[in-house]
Design a protein around this ligand. Structure first.
Ligand code: 13P
Length: 248
């Protein structure tokens, strides 16, 4: 299965969201048994966008299950609308001070509701420039993987998003992506054994476009894309799914 995940972030109003979703659900050119298109709109639109064709993902949930947490939304609340939740996006790690501990708590909240977590990880530009990126990533991955056991690991999708590639128009190269995805696969295999380790999808995000989608997806340990900017434009997003369909 190839995962094509659209992260709309804090973009689009109600009318624009409905209109884009209405177009996406009409895509009939791809094989949905091979490609899973998942749309992650702003949380307030989840109820109006629920449909039979595309899965939805929440962009965030609270690390608490319920209680006096003004403005927060629980995993149980979103579970009525979504099968997936994006957790630990670098924008949340950096701008909203999400620590590894908070990310573990959020993963646990998802597991409690049997939601699948799309958990993001990826190095800063500084650690990449110093060639410390694998050490940087290892720490994040250890924290994520420690939140799972053999019975819950099928709820995990890992998303490698190097911070410097997000929204920069400067995607990681295929070689850089493969280095990290192959490393991540080896860590999963070491922790869970090869039979289980190879089943965890590892997707890539960071300036994905219709031009780089195919060469990125053509690699053994790249199981999908997490797309920001290019997913906001109907024709661009459609082209990316077409490219993915050709690779599968
Ligand atoms: P861009 O595709 O805009 O670089 O965003 C990537 C991203 O952050 C997806 O979660």
């Amino acid at each position: 299965m190839v995962y094509i995940v659209a992260n709309w972030k804090m973009n689009k109003d109600s009318k624009q969201s409905k209109s884009l979703m209405n177009e996406i659900v009409c895509f009939d050119f791809y094989d949905s048994s091979k490609i899973n298109v998942i749309i992650s709109p702003p949380t307030i639109y989840l109820s109006q966008l629920k449909n039979r064709r595309s899965d939805l993902a929440a962009q965030n949930i609270s690390n608490y299950s319920n209680g006096p947490y003004t403005g927060e939304i629980s995993s149980k609340m979103v579970s009525e609308y979504v099968s997936y939740v994006i957790i630990g996006h670098s924008e949340r790690r950096q701008l909203f001070c999400e620590t590894d501990e908070i990310i573990s708590e959020k993963i646990n909240q998802c597991n409690n509701e049997n939601l699948k977590s799309i958990v993001c990880f990826g190095e800063s530009l500084e650690s990449r420039n110093k060639s410390h990126h694998l050490d940087f990533i290892r720490k994040q991955l250890d924290n994520i993987i420690n939140s799972y056991d053999k019975s819950s690991i099928n709820n995990l999708i890992l998303a490698y998003e190097p911070v410097w590639a997000i929204g920069s128009g400067n995607s990681a190269t295929v070689q850089e992506i493969c280095e990290v995805h192959d490393y991540t696969r080896s860590i999963l295999n070491d922790n869970f054994g090869k039979t289980i380790g190879t089943t965890v999808p590892i997707i890539y995000g960071g300036s994905c476009t219709k031009d780089n989608a195919k060469p990125i997806l053509a690699n053994l340990n790249v199981n999908g894309l997490l797309i920001g900017g290019a997913s906001l434009d109907l024709m661009h997003f459609k082209s990316i799914i077409k490219e993915a369909n050709e690779v599968t």
